[in-house]
Design a protein around this ligand. Structure first.
Ligand code: FDA
Length: 433
C-alpha cells in the first residue's frame, strides 16, 4: 500500500473511536486529557442515546458496591483489572465536580435527580474541553489495517484506514445525491459500538463484524436483562394479572434474586426477572417463591392444627409475613386449589397442603422465551475476552485495535453495573491508546 494515508493530513488521528456511547465517550475524554488527537465517529444523529433513555430517563450511572460477581461472561476474571483500576467513586467524583445532583436508591444504585441528559452533557463537555472531535451521522463503510511498520517515525504510526460516508437524510435520497466518502487514518482504533439491544436507538452488529474481520472469536449473543414471555396455560394466568408487583425470590439452579416481580400483559418482568434473565438459557425452568418470608407448608400445617375450620385463602390473607395481593390470591386459588377452596383445613390431606406450600414457595415456570432485543437492556455474549488484554482492552490479534464496553463478552447486573463497565473499560483503554 502506498503512502496515500498521509499522516499529516487533517484526517489522521492518534485515536479513532467508533461509537459515541458511554464507553466511547469515556475513552475519548481520557485519551484527550493525555493530549491525544481523538475522533469519535457514530452513525446516529445524536451521541449517547442509550444514556438518555437509561434508568427511566434518570440514568443509573453506577453503583456504590461494584464486585466482579456482578458481571457475567465466559471469562469471569476478565473484568477484574479494569474495575479495580477505575472504581465507581472515580465516576461519582466527576459527577460531583460537575455539580450534578444525584441520589442513592436501594442496593447502592445511583441515579440523577433531574435527568440522564446531565451525564451526557458532562461527558460531551469533558470531551470538548480536551479537543475531542465527535462526528455524527457517519457511516463506517470499511476499516482496513495497514502495514504498520511502513512509517518508521513512532509518532506518525498509521495502523488503520477507515472509509466513511455521511448518512443521507430523506431529502438527499430523493434527489439521488451520492454520499461523499471521507478517508481517515489512525494509530489506535477503538471499537465501542455496544450491543444489539434496542435497534431503534442505533444498535448494530458492526462491532462484531469488525471483530470477525480481525479474526476474533465471538461468544453467541442474546438479549439479556429482559422480561420473560410465556405461551402455555400459565401464560394466560400471568397475563391476566398484569399490573401486579410483589417481592419474590426468582431463581434457577445457579442463582437467586430477592427482588420485586412484575406481571405484565406480555409475561413477567420487574427487577427479579431482569436479573435472572442474565443467567437463563432457552428451555430452562425458573422458580418463583411468591412468599419468600414464609414457609407456606409449615404455616398451613400449623393452622390445620390450631384453626382447623379455616380455609386456605384465609390463612394466606392473614399471614403477617407477607400477604399475597388479593387478585393474585384469587387467581392462584382458581389455578391451584379450586376443588378445595371452600374446604376446611381439617378436611384437607397433609400431602395436599405440602404440595401447595411447595408450589407457593417455588412456583415452577417455563418461559417460552424473552421479549428479545426490542426491550432488552443489554446484550450478553460478544467479543471473546480471552483474545483481548484485560489491562488495556487491546486485541491480542491485531496491534492497535481495542474493544470496550458492551461489545465485549462482559455483561453486568441491573443496577448501574453496565455503565460502570463502560466507564472502566473506556478509562483503561483511554489511558493507553
Ligand atoms: P452504547 O450503546 O452506549 O454506545 C454504542 C454507540 O455505538 C451508539 O452511540 C451507537 O449509535 C454506535 N454505533 C453502533 N453501531 C454503529 C455503526 N455501525 N456505526 C457507527 N456507530 C455505531 N445500564 C446501566 O448501567 N444503568 C442503567 O440505568 C441502564 N439503563 C438502560 C436502559 C435501557 C432502555 C437500555 C437499552 C440500556 C440500559 N443500560 C443501563 C445499559 C447501558 O445503556 C449499556 O450497557 C451501555 O450504554 C453500553 O455502553 P457502550 O458504550 O458499550 O454502548
Amino acid at each position: 500500500m502506498s503512502h496515500q494515508h498521509n499522516a499529516h493530513s487533517s484526517t489522521h488521528y492518534d485515536v479513532i473511536i467508533v461509537g459515541a456511547g458511554a464507553s466511547g465517550l469515556y475513552c475519548a475524554l481520557t485519551a484527550g486529557r493525555r493530549g491525544r488527537r481523538v475522533l469519535v465517529l457514530d452513525h446516529a444523529n445524536k451521541a449517547g442515546k442509550k444514556i438518555l433513555m437509561s434508568g427511566g430517563g434518570r440514568c443509573n450511572f453506577t453503583n456504590y458496591f461494584v464486585e466482579p460477581e456482578h458481571f457475567i461472561g465466559s471469562n469471569p476474571h476478565f473484568c477484574k483489572s479494569a474495575l479495580s483500576r477505575y472504581p465507581s467513586w472515580e465516576f461519582i467524583g466527576m459527577v460531583a465536580a460537575h455539580q450534578i445532583p444525584y441520589h442513592e436508591r436501594e442496593h447502592g444504585q445511583l441515579f440523577c435527580d433531574d435527568s440522564a441528559q446531565d451525564i451526557l452533557t458532562m461527558l460531551l463537555d469533558e470531551c470538548a474541553a480536551v479537543g475531542v472531535q465527535v462526528r455524527l451521522n457517519t457511516q463506517i463503510d470499511s476499516v482496513q489495517a495497514l502495514e504498520s511498520l511502513q512509517i518508521s517515525d513512532k509518532e506518525d504510526k498509521t495502523r488503520f484506514q477507515l472509509i466513511t460516508s455521511k448518512k443521507l437524510n430523506k431529502k438527499d435520497i430523493t434527489t439521488d445525491a451520492k454520499p461523499s466518502q471521507t478517508r481517515y487514518s489512525c494509530t489506535s482504533l477503538v471499537v465501542a459500538t455496544g450491543g444489539l439491544s434496542i435497534p431503534t436507538m442505533g444498535a448494530s452488529g458492526l462491532g462484531y463484524e469488525l471483530a470477525q474481520q480481525f479474526r476474533h472469536t465471538l461468544i453467541a449473543t442474546d438479549a439479556s436483562l429482559v422480561p420473560f414471555t410465556f405461551t402455555d396455560k400459565t401464560g394466560e394466568l400471568i397475563r391476566s394479572l398484569a399490573g401486579i408487583s410483589l417481592p419474590v425470590i426468582a431463581s434457577n439452579e445457579r442463582i437467586a434474586f430477592k427482588l420485586p416481580v412484575l406481571f405484565t400483559h406480555r409475561g413477567l418482568s420487574g427487577p427479579a426477572i431482569l436479573q435472572l434473565s442474565n443467567y437463563w438459557q432457552t428451555g430452562e425452568t425458573i422458580s418463583i417463591n411468591l412468599l419468600p418470608d414464609t414457609d407456606v407448608t409449615a404455616l398451613l400445617l400449623a393452622h390445620k392444627k390450631s384453626h382447623p375450620k379455616q380455609l386456605i385463602r384465609t390463612v394466606l390473607t392473614d399471614n403477617t409475613d407477607g400477604a399475597l395481593p388479593k387478585k393474585l390470591l384469587a387467581a392462584l386459588q382458581a389455578h391451584l386449589w379450586d376443588d378445595i377452596k371452600d374446604t376446611e383445613l381439617a378436611n384437607i390431606k397433609d400431602e395436599r397442603l405440602v404440595e401447595l406450600g411447595a408450589t407457593l414457595n417455588g412456583w415452577q415456570l417455563k418461559p417460552s422465551g424473552t421479549e428479545g432485543y426490542r426491550t432488552a437492556e443489554v446484550t450478553r455474549g460478544g467479543v471473546k475476552t480471552d483474545e483481548v488484554s484485560s489491562k488495556t482492552m487491546q486485541s491480542n490479534l491485531q496491534e492497535g485495535l481495542y474493544f470496550i464496553g458492551e461489545v465485549l463478552d462482559v455483561t453486568g447486573w441491573l443496577g448501574g453495573y453496565n455503565f460502570q463497565w463502560a466507564w472502566a473499560s473506556g478509562f483503561v483503554c483511554g489511558e493507553i491508546v
